[in-house]
Design a protein around this ligand. Structure first.
Ligand code: HEC
Length: 176
């Protein structure tokens, strides 16, 4: 690559970064931050849990991290960025998805701001099927990230988002 091409690329990247900042209304905390550092990709401990509160807090924390990862993946797709750097983040989603059923032990259906609906416990088969659908979608997403297949990843991201939404519709109270 010639120096001129490199300079032009730097100028374009700079302009994109500036536009991103403006679009976010100057809220830099909302600006994309790229892949989540490996040290933060920690699965919750348990079971066993010392209390229902511990299970609720641990699952909410893991879901919040999933939400953050999802936001970063969306930003990477919209920026046309390589997706391979996000493979570990997606692997976290896969591992977390497999853990979902055990993170809803009996008795963790109320308190500590849980938004889990009673159906998690009364319609367990359906809940676990939704979790398994999510695992399958996330596994495919992880393979596409490994292959750095940007177009395939963008399509599968939509499919994975639908797996999140399907479960939320049936098993999570509407937020506020
Ligand atoms: C099998 C069901 C299921 C799937 C699949 C699922 N969720 Fe959830 N999610 C829930 C339930 C139930 C809650 C409420 C947990 C609670 O409050 O105890 C929740 C809560 C959340 C929260 C709120 C956490 C908080 O307390 O602030 C976020 C964010 C979230 N999920 C993101 C996602 C994303 C992103 C995906 C897909 C990549 C996903 N979820 C897939 C069931 C699911």
């Amino acid at each position: 690559m010639s120096n001129r091409v490199i300079m032009a690329a730097i100028v374009v990247l700079g302009a994109l970064a500036a536009t991103g900042g403006l679009l976010a209304g100057g809220a830099r905390a909302d600006a994309p931050q790229g892949p989540v550092p490996a040290a933060d990709l920690v699965l919750p401990a348990g079971p066993p849990f010392a209390s229902a509160a511990e299970a609720i807090e641990a699952r909410r924390k893991a879901y919040k991290l999933s939400g953050k990862i999802f936001k970063e993946l969306k930003a990477a797709i919209e920026a046309g960025a390589p997706v391979k750097p996000y493979a570990a983040d997606v692997q976290f989603l896969v591992a977390w998805s497999r853990k979902i059923p055990v993170m809803f032990p009996p008795g963790s259906d109320s308190g500590h701001d849980t938004k889990a609906l009673p159906e998690v416990w009364t319609d367990r088969t359906h809940f676990e099927r939704d979790a398994a659908d999510y695992t399958e979608a996330a596994e495919t997403l992880a393979r596409l990230a490994e292959a750095d297949d940007q177009a395939g990843f963008a399509r599968q991201f939509q499919a994975t988002g639908k797996a999140c939404a399907a479960c939320h519709k049936a098993f999570r109270a509407r937020l506020n």
